[in-house]
Design a protein around this ligand. Structure first.
Ligand code: DGL
Length: 276
């Protein structure tokens, strides 16, 4: 077993939402270690400019490289939409995977009527990254995008099963549903936490695509193809197989992480990310 094979995967997000991607990696790749960075001091990215998001992403990759990682997962739709090229450049040949291509691919496989809805942050919708990724696979498909900026704060507040949240979801989805979609991409890392509410509201005729799950599956393929998948027994027995870093207060992070992850997160460490 080479040292690189045993190295952790670097996973980053603008904050807490990327834990939905970390969760899928833990479930589907139980042999892999993870170093998670949440940019909690600078969240949200969803209403920031491309230049700012690219600068943040560069700093985060420089930090992750100090943790001797073997691959990078951009567990944030907005950062994937605007900064995947910058991340690849900074990663210097290390494998990099974002959440948009895996989500787009599965949506293309799923749709029967060729009409896909995408809900995401303002920045992700404005970037056009989902239609671009979808049209690269199936140019004839119609993509109906909708920015849903209020959903991230509602999830962070823990209002995932709440009448107010349901009303807001419907307000956003009304015009998307008018377009007769049969597939809906949850194009923001927080939205998988609303998937039960969204599925109930849109009905069983619409298939939800969770890019977090698809990303974990694509990561498994990528690690195997590059010969760096960890084949040793589950890392859960190892001391600290999962390490968490944040750019702001660590306490709140651990609380939120424990409500999402299948493990007990005791601490996260704070990092001065603008020094990288
Ligand atoms: N993680 C972001 C995304 O997936 C949502 C939160 C934010 O706006 O930073 O787009």
């Amino acid at each position: 077993m080479s040292r690189q094979t045993e190295a952790p995967i670097g996973v980053f997000d603008s904050g807490l939402g990327g834990l939905t991607v970390a969760r899928e990696i833990m479930r589907n790749l139980p042999m892999e270690k993870i170093v998670y960075f949440g940019d909690t001091a600078r969240v949200p990215y969803g209403n920031k400019s491309k230049a700012t998001i690219q600068r943040y992403a560069r700093q985060i990759v420089r930090f992750l490289k100090t943790q001797k990682i073997k691959a990078i997962v951009i567990a944030c739709n907005t950062a994937t939409a605007y900064a995947i090229d910058v991340v690849k450049e900074e990663a210097e040949g290390m494998p990099v995977i974002g959440v948009i291509d895996p989500g787009a691919r599965v949506a293309c496989e799923t749709t029967k009527n060729g009409r896909i809805g995408v809900i995401a942050t303002k920045a992700t919708i404005a970037s056009g990254a989902y239609p671009e990724a979808i049209h690269a696979i199936r140019p004839e498909v119609s993509v109906i995008g909708k920015a849903c900026p209020l959903l991230v704060p509602l999830v962070e507040e823990g209002w995932t099963n709440d009448t107010v949240t349901n009303e807001i979801i419907m307000r956003y989805l009304d015009d998307v549903l008018e377009n007769d979609i049969d597939t809906l991409i949850l194009g923001c890392t927080h939205y998988p936490l609303l998937r039960h509410a969204i599925q109930r509201l849109v009905g069983s005729g619409i298939r939800l695509v969770n890019p977090a799950y698809e990303t974990a599956r694509s990561l498994a393929d990528l690690l195997k193809a590059d010969g760096i998948a960890n084949e040793s027994p589950s890392v859960e027995e190892e001391p600290q197989p999962y390490r968490f870093f944040v750019s702001d207060e660590a306490e709140r992070f651990a609380e939120f992480a424990n409500s999402i992850l299948p493990i007990d997160v005791k601490t996260a460490r704070a990092v001065q990310i603008d020094e990288y």
